[in-house]
Design a protein around this ligand. Sequence first.
Ligand code: LR7
Ligand code: MN
Length: 570
Amino acid sequence: MRRIRANAIAILTVAWILGTFYYLWQDNKPRSSASSASQPRAAGVKSHGQKGSVGRVEIHREDRTIPLIVTHAPHGELQNQLVGSFDEKAYLSSKQLKPGEDAYREHAFNLQESDRLGSERAIRDTRHYRCASVSFDPDLPPTSIIITFHNEARSTLLRTIKSVLMRSPPSLIQEIILVDDFSSDPEDCQLLSQIPKVRCLRNGRREGLIRSRVRGANAASATILTFLDSHCEVNADWLQPLIQRVKEDHTRVVSPIIDVISLDNFAYLAASADLRGGFDWSLHFKWEQIPIEQKMARNDPTQPIKTPVIAGGIFVMDKSWFNHLGQYDTHMDIWGGENFELSFRVWMCGGSLEILPCSRVGHVFRKRHPYDFPEGNALTYIKNTRRAAEVWMDEYKQYYYAARPSAQGKAFGSITERVELRHKLNCNSFRWYLENVYPELRIPEQEAVYSLLKQGGQCLETHGTDSLGLAECKSNSASRVQAQRWILSEPQIRQLDLCLAISAFTPGSKVKMEACNSKEPRQKWRPKGTALQHMVSGLCLDSQPPAGPPVITQCHPQLASQSWEPQLIT
Ligand code: LR7
Ligand code: MN
């Protein structure tokens, strides 16, 4: 009897000692990156200014009275607060990469790596340290988050949603509206609506991101709209700076700095804080350095950066301002161009665009589209950008067509409604936009004077890089004159971005058109009487009649075949 009691006491003592060790070990062990409890620290999130769900996690973690047996409870509880009855494991595991499958095929990023990460990984707080001490109004209005997607990977979509729930003050999230743009599996979206605040709208056919966003915006119940791509991770305190700026002035449309999530290993990388959105005349979006004068004048790294255009996917805008300005051009399809249309419209019709450096959102940048374009990728981009150019770019649309000759003649539908909208809103001209918002955009031939190069009744003509030669002058036909319209910008003789160049420096060498390069000696000419002399070889442009491509020969100013009379085109 005694022995049994002694044994029992010994067992209990050992169990107690083991239990104590286990408790201490649990308490000190570094949290794995998948554990939500580690999120705030590992992400470097400072506790001040961090209200809401993330703050609650810390309270649980610091509470030493939590019994040993429920060590994992904070995880479970957080899970419940964030996702309710939603069965995350089941959702993810039914769609994971099968052994032997190409991890990049379906989504154009490494799906295996995305699946492996889990839905709550910690990311580095990439903001400037001064951002942490910026304060916000206590009564910021809530926002409806709108995420449209077409066949997004479940793991990236879920991580987008959970990052929003984990890293936003709950009071600011009215709802998360998912617009499923006719993905193959309706459950991708439907199952997610078990998560509190998440709603799912599914298109009955593929609409593209533009009409999908409009559908989401129309369904939104908050006064402020927040658009996100479906493969993002929002960073610490990302939302407050955005809402604050819009609350102060509802005509501001604001974006975060968009950090880079590697499509290969999903590393979260800080993007430069010195960039803004720009474009070239083909309406190709690019990140560009803030102009040097503005950079010098920036002594507070937390201040907004004005931007001529936004990247398009991640921004916050007042809902009534979005509606007042005509939402989006819903005749744009699938993808592309809507960011220019929105950006021109916002600036030209009385608003402004800003990037807020204290707000950071990561995005998986891809090298190709993982989805199909029913009308083809190129035609869709042309249709959308043509609509933007035709409605908003006034006489400057000629530079768009010059930079994208293939756009000419392609269908783009009726723009009547959008033109009417522009009149109704009494918007500024594109010239105003260029002068006031984007003076850095070089206007191709601003000082250029177009000339014909006449030889008798004939004119020098070229069609791109082929068939340089003489042809009957067509100056009376505006549409056909392009081939004969030259810009004499000494020392170059140009048509758009092609320049007249010799092929070799010896007499008799052919002359051709090639991409302009201001340093290229083969492209340098000067007038010599009515002749055009190549500067380096000293030889003159000669049409060598009767046929054949022009060449360079010894200069003889009296020779008819070397006489090129410039005639201005007005
Ligand atoms: O048919 C479609 N239906 C959709 O709902 C095609 C796409 N989509 C969704 C898609 O699932 C994704 O959530 O639309 C979103 C954008 O498509 P992506 O991610 O394939 O495009 P992207 O990241 O290359 O697109 C950038 O440019 C687009 C131009 O139309 C949009 O404006 C995107 O929102 C925009 N993304 C960003 O601005 C994030 C930063 C990238 C940059 C630069
Ligand atoms: Mn994207």
